[in-house]
Design a protein. Structure first.
Length: 910
RNA sequence: GCGCGGGUAGCUCAGUUGGUUAGAGCAACUGGUUUACACCCAGUAGGUCGGGGGUUCGAGUCCCUCCUCGCGCACCA
């Protein structure tokens, strides 16, 4: 033992001490190590100015668990960190600061604005990294990348050029999702449909050719009347058949607009007549195209109306204009009705305002390798965990439309396209597309726009390594670490990020090629496994948000429970469903478990012995050849079982079972049973079981620390060192965790064989003890440790087992003496498989209470027996069920009968 | 409208390919300082597994149907 443990575990001191030590020694550095397997995770880059929230805690704890597990398994692990520039979000923040100063980005100009944005990101950036360090995240910080790093920007631009050259990028003029708040185009994914209570207005337009006749129209958006260039009805709608080809009067600005017939009109909706505003609605745009209707854009980029809307509307905000248009309709006597109406309106996620379909020229990406992206998942080359997210992914891929990737923002990677000065920009003959720009820059001007943030983060798994550089180091690292092992993220960004990374990888991580084989897919994909976790909500299921004040600061929680406590706690409650209900009390288990671990180790230290524990072999040598007594055999059996469980959980990505297995084993088995039993063996150094008990404890604690290390890295490191398990100051991660099967072999090789039958006997002993304790509790002598117990063993072999474990039974049940006898009269007893255990009472037995208790038990058993008999008397069960199931049922029935008879006998004897 | 995921103890959730008397943590209750730990120990109570139907020797688990909650996608102006 090298260092004596304090009475209390102090996470604060311990955590920072070891984190520094790890960093200093480069423990997190992931390097190419030929001959070793690599294990790589790219962090989902948080926003550069973001601060740690509970979602990050979950996401990063999970990643750290996978990474650290891979390290203890001896893989060359790399957890690659970085941040995202979050174009629109960051620009918003900077613009808000500017507004507070009474200025704007337009006043400042692009260059000055970008300086401010860089200042902002330098100032706020990196905060989250320090917070992640406090959590214990073992990222290779040397490598940290930012999506606005010069090199990364070049990668992004290179991808644009590459996509362009391969024919995936084009420029198009069409209706886009326009955010009037941010004044930029958005992709479809950035539009969130929100239910809105509005009004459906019914109004009438007069027929030009038949004055006095009106056509009734329903609309939710009267403010776009000024942009109407037609009215549409369904071609089969008899009500209006005679009007098709005629015209009606648009009320303001007053103009003749045609009535057209178009199949996209629903006859059943409203009056069956649709006003057509091609510049402000997608459906209308399509109708307009088919019928050659003119486009009148009546809105400015900021959502106010322009001069084309007429003098009265010019400059008016769009929702004001809606009211005003209604008022005007009313004045003109054209408004028939306005009824309440619920519909869904697209909102800009970031801007928080309704989007405006707006005609503009933008850059589009036709998604590459869509078929391969689907096939990768369908064929299991990429696997989602849990699997059901596959469907979400495939459904999206089956319905995708081209991606609008240009943004009318300044903070981001500028689009690498230059236009010949003074020439027609819509003619591609006047374009120059390259990373470095034209050789005669004075004759060109660069596209003003930047790329969608996700059009840069989709390169994250390879641009971070330096793609497309030809540098041999870059190639070697990509060769070694790519495809990365897995991705850990929330389901909310499957479309935004996960799917797009897959398609980009498939297209760019190899030569241009139509159609990929499965082998090529396997080489090009960015990751093999995708672990999708839920989103953290508060205890009532509400989203965590600053305004609700229900979002705890993880640093406060770390202060309260320790980083390890928080990590254990969050994983323990996490992977339940798609929502994780967070309540601080639920984290307590993590802190409590840390304390338990600490005290178990303290106890081991107090038990003494300067035994050799620096290596697994040394500990096993201490056991070599010794015949393990029952509990030792049992706890090692359980250790191997637990190790196998955990191996399976990692293999199947069942993280929700991890903490349960470990908690159950270490607390429920080791502390509650083995340590308590071992106390009997540790009383005297002369006890032949003494040294073995210490060795078994060391073996169990050592492995528990190894198994727990990925979840609770700091405390396990502290204990590892303090317990003297470390060789030459090496860390837990250097020790190497053997698979259960190899550990078993190693034990076998030293003639330490773990025996399942022996373990089962201890389970029976535990049952007997539990029964004895329950009886004592029933008679309010639970805390008395000097009672006498009588046991009537079921048979001779049971008697032998009990005899062999007498001293531990005494200790664990709290009895001064235990006598094995033939029969007992007039004492309360409880039945167990090994025998019936009776409590010797000096006072009289409460016969009535005892009768009640036994009758209840009897009833339960009788029911079980009826069920069992029914089953076994049923010929079809005996014939059809597998023999081992029938055999099991038979055995079960016998045992239950014996137990019932014993209870009945007890009852009678009272 | 289409799709996905839930509904199991007071709460939060486990429950592998159908197979003993359905489990855990927390909360509750009772009693407790024993060679570490009250952030602890021992014990008790609490469930007709959302309803109905079906398949089967056997269903929390598979199928159908309904109710209910949550989420995603689409969307009629």
């Amino acid at each position: 033992m090298s260092a004596e443990l304090n009475q209390n575990y102090d996470p604060k001191e311990v955590e920072s001490k070891w984190y520094k030590a790890w960093e200093k020694k480069g423990s997190f550095e992931g390097n190419v190590q030929n001959g070793k397997d690599s294990f790589t995770i790219m962090i989902p880059p948080p926003n550069v100015t973001g601060i740690l929230h509970m979602g990050h805690v979950l996401d990063n704890t999970l990643q750290d668990i996978f990474i650290r597990r891979a390290r203890v398994e001896g893989k060359s692990s790399l957890w690659f960190p970085g941040t995202d520039h979050a174009s629109i979000a960051t620009q918003h923040k900077v613009e808000k600061a500017l507004r507070d100063e009474g200025t704007s980005r337009y006043e400042l100009g692009r260059e000055k604005f970008l300086e401010r944005a860089w200042e902002w990101s330098d100032e706020h950036g990196g905060i989250i990294f320090n917070q992640l360090r406090k959590l214990g995240a073992s990222c290779d910080w040397r490598r940290s990348r930012f999506t606005m790093d010069a090199a990364y920007q070049r990668s992004v631009q290179a991808s644009f050029v590459e996509f362009y050259n391969r024919g995936y990028i084009y420029r198009g003029k069409r209706l886009v999702n326009w955010c009037p708040a941010s004044q930029t185009a958005l992709s479809n994914e950035e539009v969130e449909m929100r239910p809105q209570r509005g009004k459906l207005y019914k109004m009438r337009y007069e027929i030009v050719e038949e004055p006095g006749r009106f056509i009734e129209i329903s609309t939710t958006r009267p403010e776009t009347i000024m942009g109407d260039t037609g009215v549409a009805v369904h071609p089969d709608d008899e009500r209006y058949a005679d009007l098709v080809g005629k015209h009606c009067w648009r009320p303001f600005p007053r103009a003749e607009i045609p009535v057209v017939a178009d199949r996209s009109v629903e006859k059943e909706f409203g009056t069956g007549v649709l006003k057509v505003t091609p510049a402000h609605d997608q459906v209308d745009f399509d109708i307009g195209k088919r019928h050659d209707l003119p486009l009148i854009d009546v809105m400015n980029p900021d959502g106010t109306l322009n001069e084309l809307a007429g003098e009265e509307f010019d400059g008016m905000e769009r929702f004001k204009a809606r009211k005003f248009a209604v008022q005007k309709l009313e004045e003109l006597g054209l408004l028939i009705d306005a009824e309440d109406y619920d519909n869904n309106v697209g909102f800009s996620e970031r801007g928080g305002v309704p989007i405006e379909p707006r005609l503009s020229e933008q850059w589009y990406l036709k998604y590459p390798k869509v078929e391969e992206a689907k096939r990768a998942v369908e064929k299991g080359i990429i696997r989602f965990h849990p699997k059901r997210w596959e469907k979400v992914y495939l459904h999206w891929l089956n319905n995708i439309q081209d991606w609008c990737i240009s943004r009318q923002l300044w903070w981001g990677q500028r689009i690498p396209v230059w236009y010949k000065k003074g020439a027609d920009r819509s003619d591609s003959a006047n374009w120059h597309v390259s990373v470095n720009g034209p050789s005669d820059p004075e004759n060109w001007e660069q596209d003003e726009d930047v790329l969608d943030t996700w059009a840069s983060s989709n390169l994250w798994p390879f641009a971070t390594f330096g793609w497309p550089s030809e540098d041999p180091k870059v190639k070697a690292e990509l060769d070694y670490f790519y495809p990365t092992s897995m991705l850990v993220t929330g389901f909310d960004i499957i479309f935004f990020w996960v799917a797009r990374m897959i398609m980009s990888g498939l297209e760019l991580m190899g030569e241009p090629k139509e159609g990929l084989t499965d082998e090529e897919i396997a080489q090009r994909i960015p990751f093999k496994d995708i672990f999708i976790h839920g989103l953290i909500r508060d205890a009532k299921g509400r989203k965590m948000s600053k305004s609700l004040g229900n979002s705890p600061d993880p640093l406060d929680l770390i202060a309260k429970f320790g980083a390890d406590g928080l990590r254990f706690g969050i994983i323990n409650i996490a992977p339940s469903g798609s929502d994780i209900l967070f309540a601080e009390e639920r984290i307590e288990i993590g802190r409590n478990f840390c304390t338990k671990l600490w005290n178990a180790c303290r106890f081991r230290q107090m038990a003494g012995g300067t035994a050799e524990a620096q290596s697994l072999e040394a500990i096993i040598d201490r056991l070599a050849g010794s015949q393990l007594e029952g509990y030792g055999n049992w706890i090692l059996f359980r250790l191997l079982q637990t190790m196998e469980e955990i191996e399976g959980q990692f293999a199947r990505f069942e993280m929700h079972q991890l903490t349960h297995s470990l908690h159950n084993f270490f607390w429920g088995d080791f502390c509650d049973w083995y340590v308590e039993a071992a106390k009997a063996m540790l009383q005297s150094k002369d006890d032949p079981r003494h040294d073995a008990a210490l060795a078994v404890s060391d073996l169990v604690i050592r492995h528990s620390l190894l198994l727990l290390h990925p979840i609770m890295p700091h405390i396990t490191e502290e204990l590892w060192q303090a317990m003297g398990y470390s060789v030459d100051g090496e860390f837990v991660q250097d020790a190497g965790l053997l698979p259960a099967a190899q550990l078993r072999e190693l034990l076998n090789a030293k003639s330490v064989s773990i025996d399942a039958e022996g373990a089962r006997q201890i389970e029976l002993i535990k049952e007997l003890i539990t029964q004895a304790r329950a009886t004592k509790a029933e008679y309010n002598v639970a805390s008395k440790r000097d009672v006498t117990l009588f046991v009537t063993p079921t048979d001779d072999s049971c008697a032998t087992v009990i005899e062999a474990n007498l001293d531990t039974i005494k200790r664990l049940a709290g009895a001064a003496t235990i006598e094995l006898v033939e029969t007992v009269e007039n004492l309360p007893g409880s039945v167990s498989a090994l025998g019936t255990v009776y409590l010797d009472l000096s006072s009289a037995v409460d016969v009535e209470a005892e009768k009640e208790r036994l009758s209840k038990e009897l009833e339960k058993l009788t029911k079980a027996i009826q069920a069992g008999e029914g089953k076994l008397n049923n010929p079809s069960f005996v014939d059809k069920a597998p023999p081992q199931v029938v055999e099991g049922a038979r055995k079960q029935l016998l045992e239950t009968r014996a137990r019932r008879d014993e209870i009945a006998r007890l009852l009678k004897s009272l």
